[in-house]
Write a protein that binds this ligand. Structure first.
Ligand SMILES: CC(C)(COP(=O)(O)OP(=O)(O)OC[C@H]1O[C@@H](n2cnc3c(N)ncnc32)[C@H](O)[C@@H]1OP(=O)(O)O)[C@@H](O)C(=O)NCCC(=O)NCCS
Length: 216
């Protein structure tokens, strides 16, 4: 996966900055994952996480030694608004799974999730030299699907009626993006979806490129 550091100290975009999580961030996780509106979009189980589950999740998947989880902060005032991560980093096959939650609901729909995802994909493909990043998303999560498509993810699979939510069954979608697809998007600044996204990620107007990516 390349010789560069695999776990960046920070990844800097135009409006968000991703940093390693601090132990105190567990307080925000307690709030985010206890909220039914967040749970509806992120959990297989119907209902929010219990406090003990949130603690376990934070220790194992967020600050654990094998986690590549980054806190999402607003660049302007440093506010912690969410979290994103790679799991199942597989060096043999060059693949990983991506996860993201903007936990602060007033920050949904402002481009921050898309920008954070782009920063993580840039790290995955340009620094770790992964071949493939995949994710799962419930079909009713239209905001997430739209955001992932804006980043270049394609729908590649559909687990039919895998989720029971809001009184009916829904499909779970698998989406992925490959390294050469990411590179192609980077090299075509005028590709419509990418050039729109660049407004929130780069003042240079070049594709979806984050402003800087600090690896110290
Ligand atoms: C999914 C998530 C990361 C997206 O981040 P975000 O900052 O809210 O989204 P963005 O503003 O970057 O992009 C959202 C896109 O969806 C569109 N959108 C917003 N609300 C929408 C809705 N209700 N239906 C369809 N599209 C919607 C926006 O217009 C935007 O598309 P555009 O850039 O083409 O205009 C964030 O909303 C989140 O964390 N949600 C809760 C947890 C979650 O769902 N996690 C993902 C689990 S797979």
């Amino acid at each position: 996966m390349g010789s560069e550091p695999w776990f960046p100290v920070r990844l800097t975009g135009q409006h968000v900055i991703l940093r390693r999580h601090a132990p105190a961030n567990v307080e925000a996780f307690r709030r985010w994952y206890a909220d039914p509106r967040v749970a509806r979009l992120t959990r297989y189980q119907d209902g929010p996480m219990r406090p003990i589950e949130i603690e376990r999740f934070f220790l194992a998947r967020v600050v654990g030694p094998e986690s590549l989880a980054m806190a999402i902060h607003l660049k302007d005032d440093g506010r912690l608004i969410g979290t994103c991560a790679f799991s199942q980093l597989d060096g043999d096959n060059g693949s990983a799974l991506f996860h993201i939650t903007i936990g602060e609901i007033d920050c949904w729909g402002q481009g921050h999730g898309t920008e954070a995802t782009q920063l993580m994909l840039a790290h995955a493909f340009e620094t770790l030299h992964l071949h493939r990043v995949a994710l799962s998303v419930f079909e009713f999560n239209e905001r997430a699907i739209r955001s992932y498509q804006r980043c270049g993810f394609l729908i590649e699979g559909r687990a039919r009626e895998a989720i029971w939510r809001d009184g009916r069954r829904w499909d779970e979608l698998t989406m992925s993006i490959l390294g050469h697809e990411w590179a192609a998007r980077r090299s075509v600044p005028d590709e419509p979806a990418v050039s729109q996204a660049s407004a929130s990620t780069s003042s240079s107007g070049s594709a979806a490129r984050p402003a800087t990516r600090d690896m110290d």
